[in-house]
Design a protein around this ligand. Structure first.
Ligand code: ZN
Length: 371
C-alpha cells in the first residue's frame, strides 16, 4: 500500500510505502497490532507501553537452533511482560527460550524488561558501549541522584529551582529507571550479533542516545532501525550528560550514514514497517534543518534568552503545528513563562548551575512526537 503520511509538523512524506499494513490499520483503530510472522523464523511481537501515546514497542524475535534472540525487550511493567509472554506463546515459544536480547538503546521502552528476561531465562543482554557507559553512571543507578542531576540540568538551562523540581517530578517515579539492566555483552559498530543462522550486523547510529544501534540483516536486506528512523514521528534528540558530542550533529551524521543502506524494508521499534528509507531520512533531515532555522530566528528575537525561555517561546512553539500532545505540553511550558506575581523571581535572580543532563526519561515525556 503506497501512502503519503503527514509528518509531525505536517511534512508530506513522499516515497514511503507502508509494508506493516496490519500495524497501520490497528493504529488507526486504536488497538494493538497482531503478532506477525515476517519470515520463516522472524516474528514481530508488539509489547504495549502503558499510558503512552507511542502505544507499543515492536519486539523482533529471531528463531535460532538454540532458542530465540530478541531485538529490544519492551517497557518494564507487568502488563508488558504478560504481552511479551503471550506473544511468544502464540508462536509456540516462551520467555525461557530467549537466549539473548539485543537492545537498540537505553530507553525504558526498549530495555525495561531485559533484566527480568535475563533473570527468567539466563539470556545475555547486549548494548553498545556508549549506552552501557551511560547506564553505569551513578546517577543512573540511584533515583535520588537522578532527580538531583535532572533538576540541576534544567536549572542550568534557566529554569527556577521550583520550575525544575516541578518538571522533574518525584523520586518515586524514577526508581524503576534506576534499575535498568546493564549489559553482559558490548556490541560495537560493524560487529555481527550473536544470532546463529542470521547475519545481523550492528550499525552505531548515535543521536537519540549516544549508543543507539540499528541492525542490518544482510541476508534478508532488512534494517531494524530502533528509534533512529521511524515512519511518522521523529526521535527526540536530547543532550546526554557525560557525552561531549552535540547530539543533533551526531544524529544528522547517523542519518547520513543510514540513508543509502542497501535494504528493502525498514522495521522500526514503533509504529509500522515501511519501504523508502532514503525518502524518510530526507524528510527527517529537512525537518531538523527547518527547526534549526526557526530556533536561530528565535534566538535572534530573544537576545539573552535562556534555553528554558526559548523552549517555551510563543513564536517557536506553535510551528509544531498539528502535533497535538507535545503541542499541549509545550503550550503548558510556554504558559509557565507568563510573568509571575509581583515579587516572583526574575531570570536574573535565578541560581545558575553547571549544565548537566540525565536522560533517564527523555522518552517518557509522553509526547506523540517523540520516541
Ligand atoms: Zn522508543
Amino acid at each position: 500500500m503506497a501512502a503519503q503520511d503527514p509528518g509531525p509538523a505536517g511534512i508530506e512524506i513522499t516515497g514511503i510505502e507502508i509494508t506493516g499494513t496490519a500495524q497501520r490499520e490497528a493504529w488507526l483503530r486504536r488497538v494493538m497490532p497482531p503478532v506477525e510472522r515476517l519470515d520463516g523464523d522472524l516474528w514481530s511481537v508488539p509489547v504495549p507501553i502503558p499510558d503512552n501515546p507511542l502505544r507499543y514497542v515492536s519486539v523482533y524475535a529471531f528463531g535460532t537452533d538454540d532458542g530465540l534472540v530478541l531485538i529490544d525487550a519492551g517497557w518494564g511493567s507487568d502488563e508488558s511482560w504478560q504481552a511479551l509472554a503471550g506473544g511468544l506463546a502464540s508462536i509456540g515459544a516462551g520467555i525461557a527460550d530467549i537466549r539473548g536480547v539485543l537492545v537498540t538503546h537505553l530507553h525504558y521502552d526498549h530495555i525495561g524488561l531485559a533484566g527480568r528476561i535475563r533473570q527468567a531465562s539466563g539470556a545475555w543482554i547486549a548494548l553498545h558501549p556508549a549506552d552501557h557507559g551511560v547506564l553505569s553512571l551513578p546517577e543512573y543507578r540511584t533515583a535520588e541522584l537522578a532527580v538531583a542531576r535532572e533538576a540541576e540540568f534544567l536549572s542550568g538551562l534557566g529554569a527556577t529551582p521550583a520550575e525544575a523540581a516541578a518538571a522533574v517530578g518525584a523520586v518515586a517515579d524514577w526508581v524503576k529507571f534506576a534499575g535498568m539492566a546493564l549489559a553482559d555483552r558490548l556490541l560495537g559498530d560493524g560487529e555481527l550479533a550473536d544470532v546463529p543462522g542470521w547475519k545481523l550486523r550492528a550499525l552505531h547510529t548515535p543521536g537519540h542516545t549516544p549508543g543507539h544501534l540499528c541492525f542490518v540483516d544482510e541476508r534478508s536486506r532488512r534494517l531494524f532501525s530502533g528509534d533512529h528512523v521511524l515512519p511518522r514521528i521523529t526521535p527526540n534528540i536530547s543532550a546526554q550528560r557525560g557525552d561531549p558530542v552535540s547530539p543533533l550533529a551526531a544524529y544528522l551524521d547517523s542519518l547520513d550514514r543510514t540513508r543509502d543502506l542497501d535494504v528493502d524494508e525498514v522495521l522500526p521499534a514503533h509504529e509500522w514497517r515501511f519501504r523508502g528509507l532514503a525518502a524518510r531520512v530526507d524528510a527527517i533531515t529537512a525537518h531538523h534543518e527547518r527547526r534549526l532555522a526557526e530556533l536561530l530566528a528565535a534566538v535572534r528575537r530573544h537576545p539573552g534568552g535562556t534555553p528554558w525561555e526559548l523552549a517555551g517561546a510563543a513564536d517557536l512553539v506553535p510551528s509544531l503545528g498539528r502535533v497535538r500532545r507535545p503541542d499541549a505540553d509545550l503550550r503548558r511550558h510556554r504558559d509557565r513563562r507568563a510573568p509571575g506575581p509581583a515579587g516572583s523571581p526574575r531570570p536574573s535572580d535565578r541560581q545558575r548551575y553547571p549544565p548537566a543532563r540525565l536522560h533517564g526519561r527523555g522518552h517518557l515525556k509522553t509526547s506523540a512526537g517523540s520516541a
